[in-house]
Design a binder for this molecule. Structure first.
Ligand SMILES: [Fe+2]
Length: 609
């Protein structure tokens, strides 16, 4: 059977209990939050590329041997704009949209002529990042969206540019033992001043804060750790991750170029490897480079005996990106070998004495990687190949590799497609594989359900699987949040000091609840939450009633948006999730909804006076 990358998926924002087979470790408590594209068409328009789909967050919460699942679309501005227009109006990487009425061609021309950076999408469908004590859905533009990791609700929109001068920022930060986050972005400027910036967001002392006007972004204390000039004046390189050791940052400046205006890629030659000393915040004097390759993900980096060792997954070219065009996906079978990832180890010697031209400066006995000094003083680095992969179209196995012995273990099952693996260490573990490996698995066997797979970190044997009676989506990346971080704020934290958000109702919540009760007297469940923290800027409504039946997901969402009071759309946003007990349905343009909208508007006007 085939995995359908471009299929629109339903969201399941209320917890769905999973059926656990096997045995979950007693110590395993927390939530695995994952992110990836799940909606690929609006009206008659469709995205061309899998990466472009609307972000669908989903989570597995593991507690006392039980697992619950939920999923929810990120309510980004992009999502809402597409929904309202019933077509794609915001450009993504692989889909250039028709101009939005409010952003006409003249606007776009000015953007192009001035070579300034267009406003990017906030469809954050790549990963989950922790900054301070807050969690964000992220992609690779200047926008990230704060989320509630428990309910998966969409909260504040954060523009990196307000805190650090980057127009693009990646989704693979590093975290140190103190909880500080380190990430990297590109600052695009005229006259050849384009540069890469590595920045640090410090750990926060307080617990999670609520969303809305009282919320203070942890990015306010962002510190610049290094700036690296772009080697090409106008076209910065594309990159997806970077390396970090105790004392160094490692950045591979790839030949894969990003055309910021067209959001398309071009190709050049050679890779420049930047090694930045974290103590001085400066690049080391030595220049390292290697042959053409494309790297998306760094694996590991560490220091040993005067060398920096950095492991990456490399590809010969950028055909991996091409592979995920949705029309191409349909032509491929699960067994197609299309691109080959290679696990490469680079060893960068830290030179402290003069060397001869032609000398290999790598002195590590266990690696065949070389770094040869050339006439111009640069070091030409050749990697050691640790492992060569087989497939990249679909993930058909979870894989554990011992990089010293080169031996590996794997998990696979027929017609099952695991996601990226997330390792969760056992509390108190001293060995690096003492813990579990979590994977979200798409199961294409007829009559069987998708599931969360729990593997033992040491033996790589299956400990348990938690099957969910809903359809999972192919996602990109995820983050495991230990239970005490996600749901149990310690005493004295900001969250603990603001119980109102969870325990009592605001005036606005009471008012909207009253209206809905009158309009949907048969509703079996109704909950109204001011998700703006009590200021009335944004409400989320959960309602279950037999009044909702028989509509596709896009139509359902359109109807949801119609409840929003349009004359105050800038100030007040209302998001509704309406359900039948067995489905997720709403009636389009029904008189009852029109009436509800009118009443809400009237109420808002009364409040104004
Ligand atoms: Fe990634």
């Amino acid at each position: 059977m085939q995995v359908e990358y471009g299929k629109n998926k339903e969201e399941h924002p209320h917890p769905v209990k999973a059926e656990v087979r096997g045995s979950l470790p007693e110590w395993l408590h927390g939530t695995l939050v994952r992110n990836g594209p799940g909606l690929f068409s609006f009206g008659e328009t469709s995205y061309n590329h899998w990466f472009d789909g609307m972000a669908l967050l989903h989570s597995f919460t593991i507690k006392h041997g039980e697992v619950t699942y939920r999923s929810k679309y990120l309510r980004s501005d992009t999502y809402n704009s597409n929904l309202e227009a019933d077509r794609i109006v915001v450009s993504e990487m692989g889909t250039m949209a028709y101009p939005h009425p409010s952003k006409n061609m003249l606007n776009k021309m000015i953007t192009f002529v001035n070579h300034t950076v267009p406003d990017f999408t906030d469809n954050c469908a790549c990963n989950i990042i922790k900054y301070g004590n807050d969690y964000f859905a992220t992609s690779e533009t200047n926008y990230i969206r704060k989320i509630d990791p428990v309910t998966l609700e969409t909260q504040d929109k954060v523009d990196y540019k307000k805190y650090v001068s980057v127009n693009l920022a990646i989704s693979h930060p590093h975290y140190d033992k103190e909880g500080n986050s380190y990430n990297m972005g590109t600052s695009i400027a005229n006259k050849g001043k384009t540069k890469y910036i590595i920045f640090k967001v410090p750990a926060a002392d307080l617990g999670k804060t609520q969303a809305g006007s009282d919320w203070t972004s942890p990015l306010k204390d962002t510190e610049i750790m290094a700036t690296i000039p772009c080697r090409s004046m106008f076209t910065p390189s594309y990159y997806h991750s970077f390396g970090m050791t105790e004392n160094y940052f490692i950045f591979f400046e790839l030949p894969l170029k990003l055309d910021i205006v067209k959001m398309a890629t071009a190709y050049m030659r050679g890779v420049l490897i930047h090694l930045i000393d974290r103590r001085t915040k400066k690049e080391v004097d030595v220049k390292y480079y290697t042959d053409t390759m494309v790297v998306y993900h760094h694996v590991n980096a560490f220091e040993e005996d005067g060398h920096v060792i950095v492991d990456v997954i490399a590809f010969d070219d950028h055909s991996l990106y091409e592979l995920f065009y949705l029309d191409k996906q349909k032509e491929l079978s699960a067994s197609s070998t299309v691109v080959k990832p290679t696990y490469k180890r680079f060893v960068l010697p830290l030179m402290d004495k003069p060397a001869e031209t032609g000398e290999n400066l790598v002195k590590l006995k266990y690696s065949t990687a070389t770094a040869v000094k050339e006439k111009d003083g640069k070091l030409h680095c050749q990697p050691e190949v640790i492992n060569e992969g087989k497939h990249a179209h679909l993930s058909v196995q979870a894989f554990k590799l011992d990089v010293e012995t080169k031996l590996h273990d794997e998990w696979s099952a027929e017609n099952c497609f695991p996601s990226e693996s997330v390792f969760v260490p056992r509390p108190g573990a001293t060995e690096e594989d003492d813990g579990v490996v979590l994977n979200s698995v798409i199961n294409c066997n007829p009559g069987e359900s998708d599931f969360l797979l729990v593997l033992d970190g040491k033996s790589f044997q299956e400990l348990a699987r938690a099957s969910v009676n809903v359809e999972l989506h192919m996602d990109m990346h995820g983050f495991f949040i230990p239970l005490h971080d996600a749901e149990q704020p310690p005493e004295g934290t900001a969250e603990a000091q603001t119980p109102r958000f969870f325990s009592t109702s605001t005036e606005g919540e009471i008012r909207i609840t009253k209206i809905l009760k009158e309009k949907f007297p048969q509703a079996s469940s109704l909950k109204v939450v001011d998700i703006s923290g009590g200021c009335g800027a944004m409400y989320e409504i959960h309602i279950e009633s037999d009044d909702f039946r028989g509509k596709r997901i896009v139509q359902q969402h359109q109807l949801v948006n119609q409840v929003r009071p349009r004359d105050r759309a800038e100030e007040t946003e209302i998001c509704v999730d309406a359900y039948c007990t067995d489905d997720y349905r709403k009636p389009p343009n029904s008189p009852i909804q029109a009436e509800l909208k009118s009443e809400l508007l009237l109420e808002e006007h009364r409040e104004d006076r």
